[in-house]
Write a protein that binds this ligand. Structure first.
Ligand SMILES: *Cc1c(COP(=O)(O)O)cnc(C)c1O
Length: 384
């Protein structure tokens, strides 16, 4: 009873709360999936929804993409696959990280397809898979998961073993697809083609988002786009063609005036060189606004790099001082007063600040930002 009361007490109305908010545009998500489907040519476009659909929420994302016609979903973990199965009873659900002894039963009962990446996993699926479908992962140069070439060859020469694990797809993964000119891409492609020839008639799956952009040679039977669906950059150093999907905003708790020569925040490292209007926002590294987003001039930025920027109604504003757990301060001195009067929210990333720009300021990638947003956000889903 007490527990229940405590649980419901945390379910504030969004108007009462200082929690940051995420707005997720499901129409943009669907647009991006259709774009990747079109780029995939004759191949089937699946969707990678691991890590809670890159932090956006498995349920709404799978629901929107299913309605748009997506029939195959990849997750990393069995728990994620179960969530996909609940939303989409007919979808093909594939678990990239495969099965362990404890999850084979769930996989067979819920028609969840494991990716088998080692001889040991293949032996286990032979014993416990009951002839249910599987995906065979071969390593073509990533050295992460997947059968080595000799192991793949041995498997292809063993029809009895092959039959017992019922493979419906052969897959591999590119190490350098985000760098289109890296010679590793072609090497992996050639290795994958050679391996696929040993498994005649088996459906093939090779390209992630960046791999799809490498062209038709890389598409095979099914493509596996992830990050591009969520609007972030897949390929380095080219304009990002995807529509932004996520906007993260923090509530402005107060706008305070600080004098020239004063310092701001933990460590008192940031010295103000002018009279400054400071927007104090409710959100910080506990919300995935990484500490490495801190402003220019703090010890964290010994390299002299610029800090991250936020935005108010399209006006870009720099982070001041260190990002703390629940609060972040921004320099809004140059934002017109009327704009400040009218806006309670400051964009952390979204339409004005691309998620990848924030990621670069933090020394990371959009993938890591999206998947570390934390669970304090109020999430609003639009469109779809
Ligand atoms: C995460 C992942 C993908 C999706 O990659 P993106 O770069 O997000 O498109 C595809 N395949 C495998 C094996 C993955 O781990």
């Amino acid at each position: 009873m007490l527990l229940q009361a405590r649980y419901s007490a945390t379910t504030f109305s969004k108007y009462m709360s200082t929690a940051p908010r995420l707005t997720i545009d499901l129409s943009a998500l669907v647009h991006n999936w259709r774009f990747m489907k079109q780029k995939s040519g004759n191949a089937e476009a699946a969707a990678v929804v691991k890590a809670d659909a890159y932090g956006l929420g498995i349920e709404p994302v799978v629901d929107a993409l299913s309605k748009a016609g997506c029939k195959t979903f990849f997750t990393a973990m069995m728990e994620e696959a179960i969530r996909v199965r609940k939303i989409s009873p007919d979808a093909r659900v594939i678990v990239l990280n495969g099965v362990v002894a404890e999850t084979t039963k769930t996989a067979t009962e819920q028609s969840i397809i494991p990716v088998l990446s080692s001889i040991e996993q293949i032996a286990m699926w032979k014993e416990h898979g009951g002839g249910h479908p599987s995906v065979v992962h071969v390593d073509t140069g990533m050295n992460r998961l997947g059968l080595r070439m000799q192991e793949a060859e041995a498997l292809s020469a063993n029809p009895e073993l092959l039959g017992s694990i019922n493979p419906v797809m052969l897959m591999s993964h590119l190490a350098c697809a985000d760098e289109p000119n890296d010679p590793k891409n072609i090497q992996q492609l050639e290795t994958f083609i050679q391996t696929a020839e040993q498994f005649p008639g088996l459906s093939t799956c090779f390209a992630n988002s960046a791999g799809i952009m490498l062209g038709a040679d890389y598409h095979f039977s099914t493509t596996r786009p992830g990050i591009a669906l969520y609007g972030a950059e897949a390929v380095n150093n080219v304009p990002n063609p995807m529509k932004p999907v996520v906007t993260a905003e923090a509530r402005i708790l107060q706008i305070r005036r600080a004098e020239k020569g004063e310092t701001i925040g933990y460590g008192a490292e940031q010295h103000l060189d002018r009279e400054t209007k400071v927007a104090v926002c409710s959100g910080g590294y506990a919300d995935g606004y990484h500490r490495s987003a801190s402003g220019a001039g703090v010890t964290l930025r010994k390299d002299g790099s610029a800090g991250a920027m936020g935005a108010i109604a399209g006006h870009r504003v720099p982070v001041l001082g260190r990002v703390s757990m629940d609060l972040t301060t921004f320099d809004v001195t140059d934002v017109p007063q009327q704009v400040l009067d009218e806006n309670q929210w400051l964009e952390l990333f979204g339409n004005t600040i691309p998620v990848d720009d924030l990621a670069r300021a933090c020394g990371t990638i959009g993938y890591e930002l999206l998947t570390s947003l934390g669970n304090r956000y109020h999430r609003e889903y639009r469109g779809g």
